[in-house]
Design a binder for this molecule. Structure first.
Ligand code: GTP
Ligand code: SPV
Ligand code: MN
Length: 593
């Protein structure tokens, strides 16, 4: 498959370490993938679903203790602790290599070593990069074949270059006590042991495209971000591109595939999806910021996805998809999850594969009682998406007009506001907070600071990461995208969401684009520019202007508390905190007094 000596040398080392029974190169051909699907069905790793209703689709269940990313077992292994910074777990690289090799040693015995050459980004794109993942899991191979571009063409493009990322995945015993997801940014190396779940093992995704790539971007002058990319088409047919960073399970896939309300569709508004989770952004020849989606599929949250909330995502899952940890309807051999529809299957298995009684469902205890795990997922080919952008495969990327930050904040942040300038936008991103979700193991619903939605994904010192953002702004100058913040999740006193969200978020996107084009006015508040309520179009919506005003409000007393919390959050970074951000915080404190 390749004569690249750096690749061949590493593979020889890995074979000697892991001692597989056999080795299989993934060439990307349909015949080979079909053979692996059949093999997966035979071993029970994959369950073939109803071929009429869900052609080419499979269900997979992970171990019940292995259902989400594990942030406390994720490490950045740099020569010094300071390089990993205060927000990452750190371990000395030599010590960690030794520990991981001891865990992985001999663990492929009796198994096949699959070698997956993959490209993050369209093969040959000037922004794309190449990785090679070895794994003993068919589930990983089949997912990587959807989520990335795999096969011979990748190796042909790599040639004898040394610019590629090594990824070793070993399931071992899926032992949570010895589970490690480790990154060695200086060595372009990722090692993941004792897991077989999504973001822990599809090493092209969070491990490479965010943790390793953020480090590469810092060194090479570009950005790897936890952002969706969408194109907003107006009635004149013009398309403006927007990138948005929300923490895990906070609405990126939904916003990326949004269907505008009917009155806007009728006028000719339309959203095109470029990406739903990750953006790699580089300054283009014209000085603007260009973004590609390094992925080739969607690894989306299943619960809550339905025809109304996200029609395009649901459509994307109807063929050649893999479902992880959803419920199985035994009557017709299809899948189900909470929020798909109001007809839970009567004869079904839950995400653990046990007989499931839907009448026992208890919202307060979803993990135990739900049919599908709250972090159950679908893996769907991007090409299935009805609103996939025609620019999806374009290597040069799309020019970004606006960057949006956002998260789940029940009370504090208004529906939308615009930063005063780039530096103030970096401040807003650096101070971002959100209530935690089921996408990572641990407590759900706790407010935590999650700068740029990158807290679990930044592969180096976050103080340096903030500085890199500021420097990118300096390079972009007046061509820099405008920066906004949104919050779909303000709640009333009964805990209900006030803003309808989903397709209606289009109303907010339109204001954002109007601001970029200088068409809408705004009110300057201590936190930035807030819309005039009448500029958010409420046509056909059952919402009063007073309710809208309530979610656009900037309450000084809440923001005083917020500023104090940001101060506490900033302390972690010590003298790595850029002075410009400290100055921004001082301004905020003074203005909300
Ligand atoms: P990751 O794949 O983990 O990075 O998640 P994501 O950011 O892509 O989140 P996703 O779009 O899958 O949404 C996660 C959850 O948020 C789902 O349960 C959605 O139903 C819900 N959600 C998405 N958009 C909205 C919205 O506008 N309003 C409300 N109330 N909920 C939303
Ligand atoms: C996230 O948690 O942000 C995801 C899912 O997109 S995973 O790939 O598991 O990280
Ligand atoms: Mn994500």
């Amino acid at each position: 498959m390749t004569n690249n000596v750096t690749v061949l040398k590493w593979l020889e080392e890995m074979k000697a370490l892991l001692t597989p029974n056999q080795v299989m190169w993934i060439d990307g051909s349909q015949e080979q993938l079909d053979q692996l699907r059949a093999e997966g069905v035979k071993t029970g790793e994959m369950h073939k679903l109803n071929e009429e209703k869900l052609p080419g689709c499979y269900l997979h269940r992970t171990a019940p203790n292995d259902v989400a990313r594990v942030e406390d077992r994720t490490f950045i292994c740099t020569p010094t602790k300071e390089e990993a910074g205060p927000t990452n777990n750190w371990c000395d690289p030599q010590e960690m290599y030794e520990r991981l090799y001891n865990i992985a040693r001999g663990s492929y015995k009796g198994r096949t070593m699959y070698i997956i050459p993959y490209s993050m980004g369209p093969i040959g794109s000037p922004i794309a990069k190449i990785g090679i993942e070895i794994t003993d899991s068919i589930y990983v191979v089949l997912n990587m074949a959807i989520m990335t571009r795999v096969g011979q063409k990748v190796l042909d493009t790599l040639g004898d270059s040394t610019d590629w990322v090594k990824g070793l995945h070993a399931k071992v015993n899926v032992d949570p006590e010895n589970r490690y997801i480790c990154h060695f940014p200086q060595d372009n190396y990722i090692i993941s042991v004792n897991s077989a779940y999504g973001g822990n093992v599809l090493l092209g995704k969070k491990c490479f495209a965010l943790r390793i790539a953020s480090y590469q971007g810092w060194k090479e002058g570009w950005m790897a971000e936890h952002m969706l990319i969408l194109g907003l088409q107006n009635p004149k047919g013009e398309i403006k591109y927007v990138a948005a960073a929300f923490p895990s399970a906070c609405g990126k896939t939904n916003l990326a595939m949004l269907i505008p309300p009917k009155y806007l569709r009728d006028k000719g508004y339309k959203i095109w999806t470029v990406g739903d989770d990750i953006a790699w952004m580089k300054i283009g020849p014209d000085g603007r910021l260009y973004a590609i989606n390094p992925e080739n599929g969607f690894f989306g949250v299943a619960p809550g996805t339905n025809e109304k909330s996200n029609f395009n995502a649901l459509e994307s899952t109807k063929k050649n998809a893999i479902f992880t940890n959803v419920a199985l309807n035994l009557d017709d051999n299809t899948v189900w999850w909470e929020g798909l529809n109001d007809n839970p299957p009567k004869n079904a298995l839950n995400w653990r594969g046990e007989k499931w009684d839907y009448t026992k469902y208890d919202k307060a205890n979803k993990v135990q009682t739900a049919g599908a795990h709250p972090n159950s997922r679908f893996t769907a080919p991007a090409q299935n998406c009805p609103c996939l952008s025609s620019e999806f495969d374009k290597g040069e990327g799309v020019p970004i007009s606006a960057i949006i930050f956002g998260g789940r904040r029940a009370k504090c942040a208004p529906l939308v506001y615009q930063s005063k300038d780039w530096v103030n936008g970096v401040f807003i991103g650096s101070a971002m907070a959100s209530e935690t979700t089921a996408a990572a193991a641990g407590a759900v619903g706790v407010v935590r600071r999650d700068p740029m939605a990158m807290l679990p994904f930044c592969g180096y010192n976050m103080g340096d990461y903030f500085k890199h953002w500021l420097e990118m702004g300096e390079k972009l100058g007046d061509k820099a995208p405008k920066i906004f913040n949104v919050n779909w999740f303000r709640t009333d006193d009964d805990g209900n969401f006030i803003w309808p969200g989903y397709g209606d978020n289009m109303r907010v996107l339109n204001w954002i684009i109007d601001r970029c084009e200088g068409k809408a006015d705004a009110t300057l508040t201590p936190i930035g520019y807030v819309p005039h309520p009448e500029d958010i179009d409420l046509t056909d919506l059952d919402m009063s202007i007073d309710t809208l005003k309530s979610i656009l409000e900037v309450d000084k007393s809440i923001w005083q508390k917020e500023a104090a919390e940001i101060e506490e959050h900033y302390k972690k970074f010590g003298d790595k905190l850029p002075a410009q951000l400290r100055e921004q915080l001082n301004n905020l404190i003074a203005e909300v007094k």
